[in-house]
Design a protein around this ligand. Sequence first.
Ligand SMILES: [Zn+2]
Length: 249
Amino acid sequence: MAGGANSMPRMRPGCFPLLLVLLCGIGLAFGTGGCSSTGGLGKGGGLGGRGTLARNAATLGIHVDLIPEGRYGRHLKRPMRPRFITVHATETYGASANAATMARALRNGNLTATHNLLGYLTWHFSVDQGSVYQSLPLNERGEHADYEGQGNKESIGIEMCENRGNSIPATVDRTAKLCAVLMAEYGIPLQNVVPHYHWVQIRPRTGKNLGHKSCPHFLLDNGKPGAKWQGFLRKVDHYSKKLKLTGRV
Ligand SMILES: [Zn+2]
């Protein structure tokens, strides 16, 4: 879709088929949010809730780097109470398209969208092999799954990075830990941890039904949840049990 200079991530239509994505002027400096275990945003904010997230933020490598309130992908006020976690893969393969870069693109309003009502793509967390970047407060809905459907209205969106050189197994492992922590934080059951595929995409203006998306592609079998997705859920369950026993992932 976008592409361009070598230093820019290349968004493919796979995960975001409907969106005109423009990635411009994305630098590589490590995020400005800094690794934070407190966030200071209160319950439902950057970090907070029941404390599980804050307690595990350093282990997860969470950087809070929010889209500015009232601007770009947060220009509409859209509260959310999370009941699901939706897992995606970026399908963006440029070497620079790590979690910090994805977060910066969100923060700078570079991910515009033509078919949703917001006009931007947004999600809550970007994950790579070594870090997690948070772009939205967890009490605000994103625009990553199914337009005006339940996936956007009630789920925390996690994008797994696929930039060249990034370890997918390490990214999946970090994502599983993040899911376990979010489940504990918000009382979300394992069956509500779903792949993007779970949601049906219906464009709000035209009613066009785009069906299910094959996302996150590397955790699906023949484009659908199968053995690989079940393996991922087992990993999440493992960290969930560890968390219950020790308070830590
Ligand atoms: Zn997706």
